[in-house]
Design a protein around this ligand. Structure first.
Ligand SMILES: O=C(O)CCC(=O)C(=O)O
Length: 297
């Protein structure tokens, strides 16, 4: 453990009020460099031979056995071939980076500062880590991520997802900085979940009717440009999105999620743990340190 406080009580309250929290400077320079360098190496090593040349579909990657690469829609010409070098065509890679790659593992599962932060936040009692990705947001084509909340995609009963999103490069309004609807986690229950369909493939299952009063307008959103090294904590129910990258620069980000081990994670979820690769606990022993706050809001 580290011997200083990362979250002040005010920041902790802000997270619970807004449903997200921007923490500048969480990653050290050497961590940013190592994650960026490793991301570029993995992109370089990725071979298009045998790749299905399809864009992202979650069911293809739910087995977690590999680090997989998903391509941008706009990286294909009319002939169905890539219209640019593969390094500039990949939308994201995932979903087991934190398990399989030592660099990503060290900032995720073996990171005392992160463990300290999780204890201070008090959102989870006994968190499990799942689904890590690098999102590349390629120059000019890096696709928009539409409004969503993460507990729809990483559903537990009760909902318990929490996102950890690290800017590896400066994020600007032009290259697709994240935007949030502050407080929406308090107003918007999880009304659907993303599941493996019995007939094969994936789709949404309705849980309850959406609240017709819980509508949002684009002007309610708050965009959060940030520097490389910033960590953004994302409550599983808060609505958020990012726009297309219209700039000539990449916007690399590393992200993973945690869920509460005591919550039910069932076989309908698209992402399934396996005996060879179960979801890893953040703490190998139950934490003994007192926490603030509670696991849900
Ligand atoms: O990185 C992005 O642009 C979107 C990330 C996001 O929405 C998420 O991690 O849930």
């Amino acid at each position: 453990m580290v011997d200083f406080e990362i979250l002040t009580p005010e920041l902790n309250q802000k997270f619970h009020k807004d449903g997200y929290l921007v923490i500048p400077g969480f990653l050290r320079e050497d961590e940013i460099t190592a994650l960026l360098t490793r991301s570029k190496e993995l992109l370089d090593e990725f071979s298009l031979d045998g790749h299905p040349l399809t864009c992202f579909t979650t069911d293809e990657s739910g087995d977690k056995k590999h680090i997989r690469f998903f391509l941008e829609d706009e990286a294909f010409g009319e002939d169905g071939k890539l219209n640019r070098p593969k390094e500039l065509a990949v939308n994201k890679m995932g979903h087991a980076l934190h398990e399989l790659d030592p660099i990503f593992r060290s900032v995720t599962l073996e990171n005392p500062r992160l463990q300290q932060l999780v204890l201070e936040l008090g959102f989870h009692r006994s968190p499990l880590v799942l689904q890590s990705m690098v999102i590349f947001k390629q120059p000019s084509i890096g696709g928009q991520v539409p409004e969503h909340n993460d507990s729809t995609f990483l559903y537990t009963d009760p909902p318990s997802a929490l996102g950890f999103w690290f800017a590896l490069e400066e994020c600007t309004p032009q290259n697709g900085a994240l935007s949030f609807l502050p407080g929406s986690h308090l107003r918007n229950p999880i009304t659907k979940r993303f599941v493996r369909l019995p007939e094969g493939g994936t789709g949404f299952e309705s849980l309850s009717a959406p609240d017709p009063l819980a509508t949002s307008s684009p002007s309610d959103y708050k965009q959060e440009p940030c520097e490389a090294g910033t960590l953004v904590l994302i409550h599983g129910s808060v609505l958020h999105k990012s726009e297309k990258n219209t700039s000539p620069h990449t916007r690399y980000a590393y992200t993973f999620h945690m869920i509460e081990s005591g919550a039910t994670y069932d076989a309908k979820n698209w992402l399934q743990p396996t005996p060879e690769m179960p979801f890893s606990p953040l703490f190998s022993l139950p934490p003994l340190v007192a926490r603030r706050g509670g696991p849900s809001d």
